[in-house]
Design a binder for this molecule. Structure first.
Ligand code: XMP
Length: 510
């Protein structure tokens, strides 16, 4: 097994997942407990994750330097590399410029004898996300690869089997990232065996849910998205009639969504779904709020209040939620990570809530959730549904939320969906949607000056929610969307296209 030390990385869990996919057991731990865990688990390898701190910052997470004397191979990723250099006598500087996104990795030597990069070609694209950088390696280390801006992108202490890399091999945008991790495991004298989710693992999951819930009753709030649908179905298979599912219509859904969901659930799931109209409560809770985090909390709180009311009616002890791993980590689910944004189904929960949470997908990524859905026999249209944020259109309206803005956004978004579908692009995209940018600009209609709203279009390609590229949609499609929005949606003057990757931008605007 391998120990992964989490220094607060957004992707620590993703590193663990990549290792698990190679059939190798991994234990995530915090730096403070490392020596204890090593004694207990006797790992063959140790990985240091990245993290948001600078090694020089007050209170920055560090590690007992004894770990370097154990003779166990170590791989430091990003902050992990910086910490290795800092603790072993190298030098780290605040980066000349922060770097997010792709870089080209160039080998320094013929890597004939360099096991970590074995089978990986020179000149691959790697994904960066960092501020600081290593400027001098410790004695005993050699630099094996550089990028245009990073002088020590891959370093090695051959005798001690300690390695550092500045980029993130765990994200899908790093080419040969899986190969690099596999090479590290081989250095640790572990033989990787690729493994994926199968029927048996899903059956085990259902059994675990059944065991932990016993005869208790549960409620589940369906959002119509794949996460809550799969979570509900898993729990339904585990406890059957003891689960009551609700769909709370917050008024923050896309055009036609509530009706479509009603149909899908009654025909496909054969589950008893109760639809609750709570539009007014949500609009009231959002009144006067512009701050994105406050909005998420307000929506979360209103959802929870509705759940609690419903729970009282059904006598439920448990609340089922479709929280998936990126929701947990972006809401600062691990000790050293910082909050990117609080996802309503994690960040907004009150401390005195009377319901216990069941989150069967808490350790899964989106593509894994889809895989579970497939194994459960869910129809393609649900499995491949675009992700939709819990706080709904509230986080796609910049500024205060009201009915007028919601209407403009719904109409614009419908046009985006129609055109993406018409041009056969839906299957290639993670998401495509409209954003109410909250900026008024000048235009001209007929011979008159007009002053109207701006709609932004966001279309993204991704394999998991941790990193993404903006989609290079054909200009004809963008033009058609723009033309239709400014013609068909009253009050909109201008349409813009968001050309930012994640990182540094998140997918949703808020
Ligand atoms: P971000 O904006 O964090 O989004 O890059 C990553 C993915 O997560 C979706 N998202 C949410 N899903 N509750 C959810 O269930 C939320 O509060 C939430 N916020 C964002 C987002 O649509 C994207 O696919």
């Amino acid at each position: 097994m391998v120990i992964l030390i989490d220094f607060g990385s957004q992707t620590a869990h993703l590193i663990a997942r990549r290792i698990k996919e190679l059939g190798v057991e991994v234990k995530i731990t915090i730096p403070e407990l490392v020596m204890e865990e090593i004694k207990k688990a006797k790992p063959r390898g140790i990985i240091f994750s990245g993290g948001p701190a600078s090694v020089y910052a007050k209170g920055a997470p560090t590690i007992d330097p004894e770990v370097f004397k154990l003779g166990i191979p170590i791989l430091g990723i990003c902050y992990g590399e910086q910490l290795i250099c800092h603790l072993l006598g190298g030098e780290v500087n605040a980066g000349f410029k922060k770097e997010y996104g792709p870089a080209t990795l160039n080998f320094q030597f013929s890597i004939f004898n360099f096991q970590l990069l074995k089978g990986i070609p020179d000149g691959i694209t790697v994904w960066m996300s960092h501020g600081d950088e290593v400027v001098r390696v410790p004695v005993g280390f050699e630099t094996m690869a550089v990028t245009e801006t990073i002088p020590h992108a891959v370093i090695e202490n051959k005798n001690k089997k300690i390695f550092g890399i500045q980029f993130h091999p765990e994200v899908v945008h790093t080419q040969f990232g899986g190969q690099l991790l596999e090479n590290f495991l081989k250095i640790c004298e572990i033989t990787p065996k690729k493994k994926s989710l199968d029927k048996e693992s899903v059956e085990n999951l259902i059994k675990d849910i059944k065991d932990s819930m016993g005869e208790e009753r549960a409620i589940c709030a369906l959002s119509g998205g794949v996460d809550s649908s799969v979570a509900a179905l898993l729990v339904h298979q585990a406890i059957g009639k003891n689960l009551t599912s609700f769909y709370i219509d917050s008024g923050l859904m896309r055009e036609g969504e509530t009706d479509a969901l009603r149909k899908v659930f009654s025909s496909h799931y054969k589950m008893d779904i109760q639809i609750i109209d709570a539009k007014n409560e949500f609009l009231k809770a959002l009144k006067g709020i512009s701050d994105p985090e406050q909005k998420r909390k307000a929506v979360g709180k209103t959802f929870i209040q509705s759940f609690e009311k419903l729970a009282k009616r059904t006598g439920a002890k448990f609340l089922v939620q479709g929280t998936i791993y990126p929701d947990v980590i972006e809401s600062a689910g691990s000790k050293h990570s910082v909050i990117i944004k609080s996802h309503h189904n994690v960040g907004g929960l009150p401390k005195d809530m009377n319901l216990m949470l069941i989150e069967p997908l808490r350790n899964f990524y989106k593509d894994e959730v889809r895989q579970v859905g497939k194994i459960l026999g869910l129809p393609e249209e649900i499995i491949n549904r675009q992700p939709f944020p819990g706080p709904g259109l509230a986080v796609r309206i910049i500024g205060e939320v009201d009915e007028r803005k919601l209407n403009i956004l719904r109409q614009s978004d419908k046009i985006v969906q129609e055109e993406i579908e018409k041009h056969g692009l839906a299957g290639k995209l993670w998401q495509a949607f409209a954003v109410f940018a909250g900026i008024k600009t000048t235009g001209v209609r007929g011979d008159e000056r007009a002053y109207g709203e701006t709609i932004a279009i966001r279309a993204i390609e991704a394999q998991d929610a941790m990193s993404a590229n903006f989609a290079k949609l054909p200009y004809e499609v963008l033009e058609k969307i723009s033309l239709r929005i400014v013609t068909e949606v009253s009050g909109v003057n201008r349409v813009v296209y968001d050309i930012t990757n994640k990182p540094p931008a998140t997918m949703e605007w808020e």
